[in-house]
Design a protein around this ligand. Structure first.
Ligand code: HEC
Length: 142
């Protein structure tokens, strides 16, 4: 009996939360169910960060990218000064040759593959660390 009582109390609390999230207030239940429909659909697309967040390549590379200052010019899904990582991942296959080539471009600086703005050289970074970041960049395919 006790269990059933607390269960039904839980159901009442849950439905109260669900109802208040509908945003309807004291309006009819018709309008609140209609207005709560589009919300889940709008939030459905998963970001690349969510898609890969548990991949060890992602975990290692995103931390290194932050600590190496790459994030000043690169974002995962939006172009800022440099191309988005998603655009880079779409352009190059994830092969050893491309990892080596892109690592050289980051270490020595490069211009011309994405436009007129050059990426500066990063001679102070360790090659293995840049490789870790480049592998993470190439992982970010949609
Ligand atoms: C000052 C801004 C800036 C910083 C800091 C920066 N980048 Fe870039 N990056 C750019 C620009 C601009 C380009 C486009 C260059 C071009 O047109 O070829 C670019 C291009 C790239 C590319 C694609 C290269 C190619 O040949 O297609 C990769 C990969 C990349 N950056 C990774 C990194 C990593 C990793 C770091 C951190 C170690 C970093 N970037 C830091 C501005 C920056």
């Amino acid at each position: 009996m006790k269990l059933i009582k607390s269960l039904s109390a839980g159901v009442i609390v849950l439905s109260a939360i669900a109802y208040s999230c509908g945003g309807g207030g004291s309006n009819s239940s018709e309008s609140s169910s209609a207005s709560s429909q589009p919300a889940p659909a709008a939030s459905a697309p998963v970001s690349l960060e969510d898609k890969y967040k548990d991949d060890p390549v992602f975990v290692a590379g995103s931390a290194k990218a932050k600590e190496s200052g790459c994030t000043a010019c690169h974002m995962v899904e939006r172009k800022i000064v440099g191309p988005s990582y998603a655009d880079v991942a779409a352009k190059y296959d994830n092969t050893e040759a491309n990892v080596a080539m892109l690592t050289e471009h980051v270490l020595n600086g490069f211009v011309g593959n994405w436009g007129e703005v050059p990426m500066p050289a990063h001679p102070h970074l360790a090659k293995e660390d840049v490789e870790t970041i480049v592998k993470y960049v190439l992982l970010l395919k949609k």
